[in-house]
Design a protein around this ligand. Structure first.
Ligand code: ADP
Ligand code: MG
Length: 427
């Protein structure tokens, strides 16, 4: 896709926006873009540079994303609302055309990577709680203050916040901007005096810093996670602060101005989207529920597959009912697509025998959670996975739920132990 209308090829050390940003290394990519770690010579911070493919429809999509990211940044001057911050945006002319570029605060690994790092075993409930608090804070902000639906919430689109200050001290963090002289000035702007300043700055840094960027350290700074180790031992996340932010506003929409009928990534898609019954903020709550389950268990909550004589959608609806019970008839038959899947009694047309396995039992039987913990977590999660969208709690209500406000169970256990020890000593 590195052709006309496609991706922009980036070499390490390439300058952007008149030399303000220097490309460091590739962080990731999506369907429409590549994302690079870049050094912002103006603020001396590392940033993520999202470079969109150049064709008209991709530029349109980037403008859309910029609209939503800007709105989110404008309402969050303190940058505390758990949404990725848009720092800057500009156009970059390359051989494949004009590319819209977004400069975002540099975040770490995605929750998907965190789940992988933990070998799909699931995280401790206290860690899950910390992560849920961030996601819910972000959603509450988007929904209640901005009237925005994210529409693509999933572990991949939630990134950990770096706990190490990557920006201010590249020497100590092992990071350094690449020392190649910014060559040319492809995108115009930035006079030669600016370039000289930048060059001087880079050279000064060069004397102090290691010349070669350290992949490992970038990964450390990014998300505090290394590569997945080959040993089978348990991986500890103790001491890692689980703050995170919601990213990827490429599919966001205003609640009162929707464009797309089919939204969300398959596994995180709400039933009303499949049935085409109309949707609102509560679709993000459904995806949140799926994500929380995945953090606890390491498994996707719903992974529908096409089968013999039925499609992925019908399998998806069947999986939902096996976990959550039969869908109320009114909801089942109430959507524009309902007739494709349900008969007039509200039974699935092609999948007749369902094997019910309710959430609290699943957590105990399959995932070996202690009964009490399973019950409490299921009590938190079940309302989020209500078939009736209007019955789902809001992000704000979830934040107030007792499960979200449990004091660390580990500390409780420690306290009990130390009390018992004290008693023994005294006794
Ligand atoms: P797309 O819309 O194409 O899915 P995303 O915005 O999700 O693009 O970005 C693609 C990938 O780039 C992410 O999954 C992540 O690995 C990386 N990425 C995106 N934004 C950042 C950021 N602010 N900091 C660090 N990495 C990022
Ligand atoms: Mg994405």
């Amino acid at each position: 896709s590195y052709r006309k209308g496609g991706y922009h090829a980036v070499r390490i050390g390439d300058p952007f926006s008149g030399g303000r940003y220097i490309a460091q290394r590739k962080l990731g990519w999506g369907q429409f873009s590549t994302v690079w770690l870049a050094f912002d010579t103006l603020s001396s911070n590392y940033v993520a540079l999202k470079i969109q493919k150049s064709a008209q429809q991709f530029a349109q999509a980037a403008l859309h994303e910029i609209e939503f990211l800007s709105a989110a940044a404008d309402g969050d001057l303190q940058n505390t609302k758990c949404v990725v911050r848009l720092i800057d945006h500009f156009k970059h002319a390359g051989p494949n055309g004009q590319h819209l570029c977004m400069v975002l605060e540099f975040l770490g690994d995605s929750l998907l990577r965190l789940i992988r790092y933990n070998r799909y075993k699931g995280l401790k409930l206290d860690k899950v709680r910390e992560i849920c608090r961030c996601i819910l804070t972000g959603l509450d902000y988007l929904h209640r203050e901005l009237g925005m639906i994210h529409s693509d919430l999933k572990p991949e689109n939630i990134l950990l916040v770096s706990t190490i200050d990557s920006g201010k001290d590249p020497v100590r963090s092992g990071l350094t901007p690449l020392l190649e002289k910014p060559e040319g000035n492809a995108n115009g702007g930035g006079g030669s005096s600016t370039m000289n300043l930048i060059e001087k700055k880079l050279k000064r840094r060069a004397k102090r810093a290691v010349a070669k960027i350290s992949e490992r350290r970038v990964s450390m700074v990014g998300g505090a996670l290394g590569e997945e180790a080959s040993s089978k031992s348990e991986r500890s996340l103790d001491g890692i602060d689980m703050r995170c932010k919601v990213v990827d506003f490429g599919n966001a929409c205003w609640a009162d101005k929707q464009f797309a009928e089919e939204i969300q990534t398959r596994q995180y898609r709400a039933p009303e989207v499949i049935l085409k019954s109309g949707y609102s903020f509560s679709v993000d709550m459904w995806s949140f529920g799926c994500t929380a389950f995945e953090l606890v268990t390491g498994d996707m909550l719903f992974a529908p597959k096409e089968g013999n004589g039925y499609g992925e959608d019908e399998d998806h609806l069947a999986l939902m009912m096996e976990l959550l019970g039969k869908m109320p008839r009114k909801i089942a038959i109430g959507g524009a697509s309902s007739k494709d899947y349900f008969d007039r009694h509200g039974d699935l047309k092609r999948i007749r025998r369902l094997k019910y396995w309710p959430l609290d039992r699943l957590l105990v039987d399959k995932y070996k959670l202690p009964e009490g913990e399973a019950k409490e977590f299921a009590e938190f999660l079940s309302p989020v996975l209500e078939f009736a969208p209007e019955k789902r709690p809001t992000a704000q209500q979830c934040l107030e739920h007792p499960w979200m406000n449990v004091v660390s169970t580990q500390n409780d256990a420690d306290n009990v132990e130390s009390q018992v020890r004290n008693l023994k000593i005294k006794g």
